[in-house]
Design a protein. Sequence first.
Lengths: 447, 481
Amino acid sequence: MKAEQQYIDLFSQCEDLICRKSAPVLNALRAEAFAEFERLGFPSLKGEDYKYTDVARAFAPDYGLNLNQLEIPVNPYDVFRCDVPNLSTSLYFVVNDMFYNKALPKAHLPEGVYAGGLAEFAQQYPEVAGRYYGKAAALAMNGMTALNTMLAQDGFVVYVPKATVVERPIQLVNVFRSDVDTMANRRILFIVEEGAEAKLLACDHSIDDVKFLSNQVVELFAGANARADYYDLEESSVSTTRFSSLYVKQAANSNVVVNGITLTNGLTRNNYHVSLEGEGAEISLCGMSVLDREQQLDTYSHVTHHVPRCTCNELFKNVLNDHAVGVFSGRILVKQGADKTSAYQTNRNLCTTRECRMYSKPQLEIYADDVKCSHGMTTGQLDENALFYMQSRGISREEARMLLSVAFTSDVIEHIRVDALKDRLHKLVEKRFRGELAKCAGCRICK
Amino acid sequence: MQDSKTVLDEVTKGDYKYGFVTDIDTDVIHRGLDEETIRLISAKKNEPEWLLEFRLKAFRYWQTLEMPDWALLRIPPIDYQDIIYYAAPKQKEGPKSMDEVDPELLKTFDKLGIPLEEQKVLSGMAVDAVMDSVSVKTTFKENLAEKGIIFCSFSEAVQHHPDLVQKYLGSVVSYRDNFFAALNSAVFSDGSFIYIPKGVRCPMELSTYFRINAQNTGQFERTLIVADDESYVSYLEGCTAPMRDENQLHAAIVEIIAHDHAEVKYSTVQNWYPGDKEGKGGIYNFVTKRGLCKGEGSKISWTQVETGSAITWKYPSCILAGDNSVGEFYSVAVTNNYQQADTGTKMIHLGRNTRSTIVSKGISAGHSQNSYRGLVKVSPRAEGARNHSQCDSLLLSPTCGAHTFPYADIQNETAIVEHEATTSKISEEQLFYCQQRGISTEEAVGLIVNGYAREVMNKLPMEFAVEAQKLLSISLEGSVG
């Protein structure tokens, strides 16, 4: 319990401070979260679900926390311009775990829609916030979620009320900026109510070279007949450790697309918990990564079918280079009575060096008989014949490898429902494979 | 639909055909487990000092362990002190011919459908019948001896071939391997021992029928198969147990060693008492089975048809250490009523160009839970390893469960590992098509299920395939929907 102790002490000492700088809705869950965190601690390597990611070690160093919610002297909008060409988005920033309210876009949002800081949202609309905050993320799920709930003060909220369609995608840029090693407890709420539609693009970027630890919890609520897209691009640095838990709660006939792309990172653990609670709900849960050097990506997904006629499509692909480590652990649980379920789970991995490691564990747990479920998993290398064929057509071996790798990952990107973003990501991935610094072309630090 | 439901129910309600108790004198020792018990077992079997040491070491290690609980199984607590660890049919003088074998015992085998004599002569099998842990009679021994093949009970092997036993015992499954391996290593009573010398192709299928008879006795057999260079053997194991109310524990160990270019085929048909329709009673089948492909180009193939036992928890595995070695695993697991199964395989690729194939077919009915759990591991030095896994599950009732937990740990970039799994129920269309052609629902389901399991059934030796096919139909009688 060593790693846990410093957070327990911190909370015991600073509870007042944390609460003072936050909203009552967020404070309401802290005591319970604290109790859960004390009980659970961080998951151990001995458990099946965290066999390859040493959580306690990641949380052990002494990170700075911005509990005073002091403003960080930076204008991310100046430093950073994460443009998607041909795509107009409403752009928001979160610096570490604080919403940046100095450079808000001109409001193009339909009436009733809220996009902005969580702290402010919880103050202004405590009733709505109380209805959703912490309702998808079960505290007992893991120690990190409990820790996040215990410490979270701010973050980002998109709230789309009933029958409202937000045409323009909302873009959230998470910037890590600090002079000392920093931990960020970011909390994101993405609420799409009955019959509403919205798209949220989130990307993570580290500006400084200090160590960052991000402990993020995202809650996504899709009401009946709602459509929600959540795209998550990680483009941080090798010294960034990220724990992200996404909780999705879906009502009847809702349609959700989740796509997580990891291009540059240090150690990342992405948890996806999906709960299909209304008949006819559909989710497409995808992810891809390009990993090299010492990068590690640990993907965990748990989709629960509670009711009949839900559909789940999972597709995760990893390309591993150098000493990279990839982990995929996916579980589809079909509860008794959830008939007419369709659930598909695919995990494909490309290992290109001797030193890289891939651990894959796709799982089905089915308690209903009238279902169609399947999963497939492959781990291998590029097809020698295909490489040879391309070489015989005058394409260099390196180029051929690159083209085949790009092709390998492209079908994950194809699941994205924003064309301009698709094109952008195809390019980014290609650049990534070419070894060019794959930061967004529009930003200053790469120029 | 109504029709098929009734038929299904009838099928699933099929009673256990093999429930009967044979009245033979059994020599049992007191309940409970301590060093004294182990010394007693060892003394009764007249074992050498080193074997007693082995048992004691295992026992001391076992005492430090706790029963694992990671499987998707609900296991009622087992009181290890309430088990009789040794039960042997009382030995008069060792029988020299069939006439001397206890007629009651012979009748038991008759009921099982394995008359030792004629049928085996006709089918050309040699049977080493194990009843409650002690080998009663071994047939065809002389025939085999001519070729230099050793096929005898484990205790005989300890007496006559101690060097071989000492060399290989625990070399694949160490007593430190897991909780049940430690327990078995401490208290194992008997089993089979096979040694195939260099270059010999065993001319017949070797076979053992395990059968648990006495009440409240755990069965802890130990099988050791050694195939020397360029040899071949096919071994069949069939298991039944009479109907008993209390659960009985069965924790066996099977070790196989295949040297250069040797091939071992191990087939199991397991139809131990699965408990009644309310899930009362039945056997706990917690077995550690592992084969070591030690030599270059060696091959070990596991085929299993699991229809019995209240709880089945086993993973017949292959360690592919030799270059170009091959591991295979074919399994059909049927669970009905309240049976539970968590079974699969482990393929550990260590050598170069090693290949493994996994085909697993799960069929669940009633309130049963059926899980496939398998590991494919490719170590950093296993160049060019190749694996293909296929796991299908068939669900026959709305209350049963089918689960798949494949693990793949890949540490070499030249590996190609594939896993596929599907879960579904019998397609209405297929059923309808059969019915339309005048085939009753029950028959149709039988046909479809047999077709579904065919890939695995084809891997069984002829004699077993027939029995296994019948078993499949019996186990599923009344479970179509």
